[in-house]
Design a protein around this ligand. Structure first.
Ligand code: 9D3
Length: 252
């Protein structure tokens, strides 16, 4: 996967290139990454990248010429790459979109600043607009970093264990089960016995139950349109019965 970032703040990405999974994917040749500085394509003496909005109003708008120059330079560096504008008006980024984008050869991530980008950029030079959620950021850079991380970890060989990404509970639409490590007793709180039993069948069952109950309590929206397997139905039926007994005792 080839990533090219168009930004006025390429230095913001330096810690991303030099840490963790993205850094390892770079050194393994799983991804390549470069930045195009939008300011380098500004024509005037002061290299301005913003200007006042036509029609008036407060705030500044990103000028079209430097952005167009930067996007064309990025496209030349990554022919065939999908050109993505990070924008609050885009399709909301989620795991399925991360998986779709991970299948591409190249991604150009265009980071806006100021109140917005000149409309003619999105119309002519952008294939897809992406938002990372319903909250207000100061620009596209942090959104681009988030996408870089989520997409890179899906690429073959990027993670330690071969199947780590596929096994991620979130990839299966559930939250992760609870995790424990040493010590066995921490501040008078013990690790569940089943995890020390060595019974791998029982451990898998406990983990599925932990995943399902956490999802039911913390993120019921995730269970809503998800088709469940027979083991999952069994676990939830068991809890349904337990709650039924409790409520029966309460009302009776
Ligand atoms: C104060 C200006 N806003 C009116 C409510 C409009 C606005 C313009 C520019 C809001 C945010 C931004 C900068 N944001 C991004 O570039 C951005 C973003 C975001 O703010 N939220 C979620 N995803 C993204 S991707 C890029």
């Amino acid at each position: 996967m080839r990533f090219v970032i168009a930004t006025i703040f390429p230095e913001m990405f330096e810690p991303v290139w030099s840490h963790g999974i993205v850094s390892r994917a770079l050194s393994r040749g799983i991804i390549t990454a470069s930045c195009v500085n939008i300011r380098d394509y500004a024509a005037d003496r002061h290299q301005m990248t913003d200007d006042r909005p036509y029609g008036g109003g407060c705030g500044m708008v990103m000028k079209p010429e430097p952005l167009a120059g930067a996007i064309r330079a990025a496209s030349a560096a990554a022919p065939g790459a999908i050109r993505i504008l990070l924008s609050p008006q885009g399709r909301v980024f989620d795991q399925p979109l991360a998986a779709e984008l991970a299948a591409e050869d190249g991604l150009i991530l265009v980071c806006g600043r100021y109140e917005g980008t000149d409309e003619r950029i999105a119309k002519e030079l952008i294939d897809l607009e992406v938002s990372v959620g319903d909250f207000i950021l100061s620009g596209g850079e942090i959104a681009a970093m988030l996408m870089l991380d989520a997409i890179t970890r899906l690429l073959p060989g990027a993670l330690g264990g071969a199947e780590s990404a596929a096994k991620d509970s979130f990839a299966q639409g559930l939250l992760e089960h609870a995790h424990y490590t040493r010590p066995r007793r921490f501040e008078n709180d013990d690790v569940p016995d089943v995890l020390l039993s060595g019974d791998h069948g029982a451990i898998e069952k406990w983990r599925l139950e932990s995943s399902l109950l956490r999802t039911l309590v913390k993120r019921p929206d995730l269970l809503k349109d998800r088709k469940m397997g027979p083991e999952e139905v069994e676990v939830l039926k068991k809890w349904q019965a337990r709650l039924g007994e409790l409520l029966g005792a309460e009302s009776g």
